[in-house]
Design a protein around this ligand. Structure first.
Ligand code: TRP
Length: 481
């Protein structure tokens, strides 16, 4: 059964995809990764992968959604059937649903921290506090399962309510208010950063390219980040693509999404580092950058509590516009497959993901060490879940690229992309070979035992594998090719 739902406006897909893409990845993860990996060099690799790998896969994933007009799982069932390929490709849908469920479980816990800091900032309880107090405050938050669960619960309920209201009344109408508001807030914070902080230091930190500063690890991290930040490889974009108007140009839309997403990450980086350097703090403080270093910077600046509060509202809004796109693909599947009502489907997804999120909550305190997860996998439950998603998302992206690159016919792709033969050929080359090889690199990073010199070798194997996949798993290569 097809959902037949379509966004109200031609531009809504762009709005929704930007909402999904812009999130904790841009505001929290990107700045600290850039900070840890030498700034400019990291950004160079990141931008390269966005264009060479991110955009082609973004186009591919949207295409699979729009061509099937179904939720990712049902959509892949439909496409493997109509294209007479192996049913193994349905794993794209299942992997995606599993990733959505896993990502939402911890994304909601971390977004909950922003809820805490919004509150702390607006009540002025951090004003004038010193580094020790702020650091201790963050540690105390993480040490409290009760508080973390409270924020996690509030955040996930808010996300569920939006999706429960449906794609028009819930998702579209909230994004139409949320996204413009977020851009305004981002610019306000940037202006504040320029006025009170050290903008010149931030700009030279982010845009000075010294490739020597970038380790192999940094390269891979930049590539992984370019996936994460575009929400690729797990069906969110496919689900939104299924509602996309047939008229909108896929190619142009994908470029727009990538450009806006990258611009937001850059502006957020400039704003955050202006404040951090202005306060004489360290850029390389890792995940604590947003929750420890930044509050400290705000604490020292005029009107810092107010602007800090507004900043954390921005973080919350960006996180919620992403979390709704994690719920949608699974909820849409439950509606299509089991005829549930939308509220029932959303409740099922959210309750399950919420419960799993409790594992992330206790990973910071009660189960911080010595659990079964540590014994079996050498890491906490949260780190294990994160590792799983770091494997599933690139793997999903790899399969999406291969399927779109090898199974869809020239005619189908041209109908979706509406572009000239040159762009078509470029795209197809990128999804058939470049993207799979790049994903293999990212992928290997999560296997620490792999020696450095093996990585190019395995990359080459994947390129060969891509050929083989094209020949073997696609029963009837179309004559159109
Ligand atoms: N792109 C989101 C961000 O930058 C994170 C994310 C990754 C995501 N995969 C996703 C969001 C899938 C929604 C759906 O914060």
């Amino acid at each position: 059964m097809s959902t037949h739902n379509v966004w109200t406006h031609k531009g809504t897909f762009l709005l929704a995809a930007v909402g999904s893409a812009v999130g904790l990845g841009n505001l929290w993860r990107f700045p600290y990764l850039a900070g840890e990996n030498g700034g400019g060099a990291f950004i160079l690799v990141y931008a390269l992968t966005i264009f060479a790998v991110g955009i082609p896969i973004l186009i591919a994933e949207t295409m699979l959604g729009r061509a099937s007009r179904r939720s990712p799982i049902m959509g892949m069932q439909h496409l493997t059937h109509t294209h007479k390929t192996s049913r193994a490709w349905e794993s794209i849908g299942w992997l995606g649903a599993a990733s959505a469920f896993l990502i939402l479980s911890f994304y909601s816990v971390i977004a909950g921290w922003a809820l805490h800091y919004t509150w702390q900032m607006l009540t002025g309880s951090l004003a004038g506090a010193d580094a020790e107090t702020i650091g201790a405050g963050f540690d105390a938050l993480l040490a409290s399962p009760g508080l973390l669960t409270l924020y996690h619960t509030l955040f996930i309920i808010a996300s569920g309510l939006i999706v429960g209201l449906g794609i028009h009344r819930g998702i579209e109408s909230s994004l139409r208010i949320l996204m413009p508001a977020l851009f305004v807030i981002l610019l306000v914070v940037l202006a504040y950063g320029i006025a009170t902080g050290d903008f010149a230091a931030a700009a030279s930190f982010l845009f000075t390219f010294d490739i020597a500063e970038l380790s192999l690890e940094g390269w891979l991290e930049a590539m992984g980040q370019s996936f994460f930040t575009l929400s690729l490889g797990m069906g969110a974009i496919m689900a939104y693509g299924a509602y996309m108007s047939g008229e909108a140009s896929l190619t142009r839309t994908a470029f727009a999404i990538a450009v806006v997403d990258t611009a937001v990450a850059m502006v957020a980086g400039l704003a955050i580092f202006s404040l951090v350097f202005g306060a004489g703090l360290d850029a390389g403080s890792g995940p604590g950058l947003m929750f420890v270093t930044l509050p400290l910077a705000f604490a020292e600046m005029p009107f810092g509590a107010l602007v800090g509060g507004v900043f954390f509202i921005l973080v919350l809004g960006a996180a919620i516009s992403s979390s709704i796109s994690l719920i949608e693909p699974v909820a849409a599947f439950l509606v299509e497959r089991f005829d549930l009502t939308r509220p029932q489907a959303v409740t099922a997804m959210v309750v399950a993901s919420w419960a799993l999120g409790l594992l992330t909550v206790v990973s910071f305190n009660l189960w911080a060490e010595g659990t079964l997860f540590h014994a079996l996998f050498g890491r906490s439950a949260f780190e294990f879940i994160e590792l799983l998603t770091n494997i599933f998302m690139p793997l999903g992206g790899l399969l999406i690229a291969l399927f779109a690159g090898w199974a869809l016919t020239h005619g189908e792709v041209m109908k979706e992309m509406r572009t000239n033969e040159g762009w078509f050929a470029t795209w197809r080359f990128l999804v058939r070979f470049v993207a799979p090889a790049a994903v293999a690199f990212v992928f290997l990073r999560s296997i620490p035992q792999v020696e450095g010199y093996l990585i190019p070798a395995i990359g080459a194997l994947v390129i060969v594998g891509a050929f083989a996949a094209g020949r073997t798993f696609l029963a009837e290569p179309s004559q159109e090719r």
